[in-house]
Design a protein around this ligand. Structure first.
Ligand code: SF4
Length: 121
């Protein structure tokens, strides 16, 4: 079944996600919408066992400069539990660090847009 993500029928543009202008792959966004929907059961913490950053120093995911942010984001790009991580950070209102490949300001922007996004089957 083909699925689309629509934001109030608008068509915003960006390099990474043409529909919401936030650097997040569409497959991750789709999963995030499922995980944060009103009727979704909240994710357990089992996803953490598969985190790409699990063997890194925790400070790597709390970078203090642009190079550090890029390094942390590269780790998230190949992480198999990016959507679960991102959902967890949004649900728990994490204000610091890179979660799901997004900075705090990117997560805030995404959080504000989430109510207007929906999956169309
Ligand atoms: S998405 Fe990034 S911060 Fe989240 S678990 Fe994966 S590597 Fe760690």
């Amino acid at each position: 079944m083909d699925m689309q993500i629509e934001q109030q029928n608008s068509r915003l543009r960006s390099a990474d996600n043409p529909k919401i202008n936030i650097p997040i792959p569409e497959n991750v966004l789709r999963r995030l919408l499922e995980l944060t929907s009103d009727n979704a059961s909240r994710p357990s913490n089992e996803w953490m066992d598969f985190a790409s950053c699990s063997t890194l120093e925790p400070s790597v995911m709390y970078p203090v400069d642009d190079l550090g942010i890029q390094t942390a984001k590269e780790c998230c790009e190949v992480c198999p539990v990016r959507a679960e991580c991102l959902a967890n950070s949004i649900i728990n209102k994490e204000n610091y660090g890179i979660w799901g490949g997004l900075t705090p300001s990117e997560r805030n922007k995404l959080t504000r847009k989430l109510p207007t996004l929906r999956i169309i089957k």
